[in-house]
Design a protein around this ligand. Structure first.
Ligand SMILES: CC(C)(COP(=O)(O)OP(=O)(O)OC[C@H]1O[C@@H](n2cnc3c(N)ncnc32)[C@H](O)[C@@H]1OP(=O)(O)O)[C@@H](O)C(=O)NCCC(=O)NCCS
Length: 139
């Protein structure tokens, strides 16, 4: 695989947001501001990960939980390094860490038209919930 998987830290933010911005299938919002991501990392210590090679970020995922279920957001691998098992390794490490915290199920949000993203999750055995849709309100 030729990369190192390590905890995401605030120092990764600039490089990571640049990566997420250029990857189709990742939808960014105001929650992905520097302060938003740092707050997420503080609330979910030791769960979000980056994959690096020679110090450069080539993959990333935000991982957290609400005490009941785990959540993965913004899983992405740079196009030139896809197909090497990096996405799978990031997800597998997140699931291990969630499992050690007693979290038994994990959800991921995927745009309905992201066929590649859905293909990835399904090939890993994740089930698409046809009985649910996401609704959102404002505080
Ligand atoms: C989805 C993504 C993270 C996969 O990363 P990756 O490092 O290329 O995936 P891996 O090499 O770890 O692949 C793991 C497995 O998934 C399979 N897979 C990967 N993409 C697939 C696809 N589009 N359709 C079907 N299977 C796929 C691989 O064949 C591999 O199978 P194997 O374990 O039997 O060998 C990457 O394509 C990406 O960044 N896409 C854009 C962002 C995105 O859509 N993210 C997901 C939505 S949140």
């Amino acid at each position: 695989m030729g990369c190192v998987i390590q905890n995401m830290t605030p120092e990764h933010y600039d490089e990571m947001i640049e990566l997420w911005n250029r990857i189709e299938g990742v939808g960014l919002s105001d929650a992905d501001s520097r302060d938003g991501v740092i707050a997420y990392l503080i609330r979910n210590p030791g769960l979000s990960l980056v994959a690096t090679d020679k110090g450069m970020i080539i993959g990333a995922v935000l991982c957290g939980h609400d005490g009941r279920r785990g959540y993965l957001h913004h899983l992405a691998v740079v196009p030139e390094r896809r197909g090497e098992g990096i996405g799978k390794a990031l997800v597998s490490e997140c699931l291990s860490r969630l499992g050690r915290l007693g979290i038994r199920k994990c959800n991921a949000f995927v745009f309905a038209d992201n066929d590649d993203g859905l293909g990835f999750w399904k090939s890993a055995g994740w089930a698409q919930r046809a009985d649910l849709t996401v609704i959102q309100g404002l505080t």
